[in-house]
Design a protein around this ligand. Sequence first.
Ligand code: ZN
Length: 348
Amino acid sequence: MNTMTDTAVLEHRVEADAGTDARSDAPTFRDELLAAGLLIDTGENGLYGRSQVFEDVIDRLNAAITHLGADQAPEFLRFPPAMRRTDFEDSEYLKSFPNLAGTIHSFCGNDSGHQRLLRCLDDAMDRSDDDRDDEWMAQQKPTRVVLTPAACYPVYPVIARRGPLPEAGRTIDVMSYCFRHEPSLDPARMQMFRQREYVRIGTPEQVMAFRQMWIERGSLLVSLLQLPVEVDLANDPFFGRGGKIVADSQRAQALKFELLIQVANPDGKTACLSFNYHMEHFGAIWKLECADGAVAHTGCVGFGMERITLALFRHHGLDVNAWPDDVRALLWGDTEARVARGLAGAGA
Ligand code: ZN
């Protein structure tokens, strides 16, 4: 059975290009972000530069999330935004989301291949940007690495190689740029974006308790940011004809929840955090073993860093200096103390 990856960690509820508002000529949220210089247009949908102000919000948000999870003593791991192709193949990502994956190719030919490549490139460049052919790509061969589809993917094989888990299981803190091939005008649906995650590997009880705790803590963070909190049952966007059945089963088993916030689309909400229980899916693939020899279960909470940041700009305005005092203090003031007070107050 194909089960759940957390690929739609940041999946969007609205399928249309939400950045465009066909009903009026009023500037869209995307237009406003670009005009304010917060995002920088690269000419490619879903691929943006970020300004210093935008990155500063990401950094401060990241710090708040660190405080939120500090008492769990997670192991800190960071990977570049790529993973071993064989690990990616094993993950079964292509079974569920072939349309979203990004592979990395490189020129692996000889001198004559290089000459062909350059001739094709010359021909291509005679055309306009959108009209270019990709003949030169025939010279490119797959490398042994692929782009990371979700921040937690590189974690499982690495932890599995260490052997059986300790009694308490493991909690990992990871963050990565992720890639999904879904070009869109909705600024909340980028092709490359960051996910901060806490990943839990252990017994079913450990993972379920972790997920429940993070639904509460994620909701706390969002309420401290004075954004509207709405947690909902969700499913990943499984590909193809069989996809609906898998998605229905994922919902029926309540394996995925999302925290939804209105971002770019006035009529829809965007998943900004997700809370995922993969059951034994990754444990079985990578042979993650509990201390007693049972197949480990896994789960993760994913924070969509760009999406939460965009939600802040959407709800509090494009000028960070004009954001509500408590939100500013949480991000740029006594972050640790405020998170601690929130945790104590929420009993979370
Ligand atoms: Zn994950």
